[in-house]
Design a protein. Structure first.
Length: 190
């Protein structure tokens, strides 16, 4: 059976990307093929290179106005794109050609949409005195955080929690669940 290939897209430090790379490093059926970043200084690129994963950097014009990324991913036989802290809206040409999975640091549909990422989400959760937060892993469509939900996991938000404390709880859920959910989705693709 031919191995399935994942391309990771990241914009930032790449802790989730590195966790996913390490998770699949011994897997004989699924391989992290490459990591793609929209910022040349994204630390995710360093993490990927340190784990022998090929990296690509692209700009807004290449991403939104050409088919170059689609063609490169096809040539590399990528099956699934995983957004691991990637902040741009995904263009139609990628959505039409690939299964794309994202992770969001809240329980969607709450606290999703443009501008709702990282600490912005955790601050909103605290400000609204939520009793729980968590992660949502979902398929990507044309709108931020509106794709079909695959998996959610919750954590408690205590009255004295700071946004940083909520972020730490949410990160633990991301590391614990994201790679395994990716594996299930990839294995379900024919």
């Amino acid at each position: 059976m031919e191995e399935k290939r994942i391309a990771l897209f990241a914009s930032g430090s790449g802790t989730n990307a590195e966790n996913i790379i390490k998770y699949f490093s011994e897997n004989e059926k699924i391989k992290v093929d490459s990591l793609w970043a929209n910022k040349s200084d994204a630390y995710a690129l360093v993490r990927a290179e340190n784990n022998n994963v090929e990296t690509f950097v692209f700009n807004r014009d290449l991403f939104y106005n050409t088919n170059e990324i689609v063609e490169t991913l096809r040539n590399r036989k990528v099956n699934v794109i995983v957004l691991a802290g990637f902040l741009w809206l995904i263009p139609e040409n990628l959505i039409e050609n690939f299964t794309i999975i994202n992770i969001h640091p809240a329980l969607l549909p709450k606290y999703g949409g443009k501008g709702m990422y990282g600490m912005n989400v955790h601050k909103a959760v605290i400000e609204n005195k939520e009793s729980h937060s968590g992660i949502t892993i979902h398929f990507v469509n044309q709108n931020y955080d509106e794709g079909k939900i695959i998996f959610q996991a919750k954590c408690e938000v205590l009255p004295n929690d700071t946004p940083e404390m909520v972020a730490e709880k949410v990160h633990k859920l991301e590391y614990q669940h994201f790679p395994a959910v990716i594996e299930t989705v990839v294995n379900d693709i024919s």
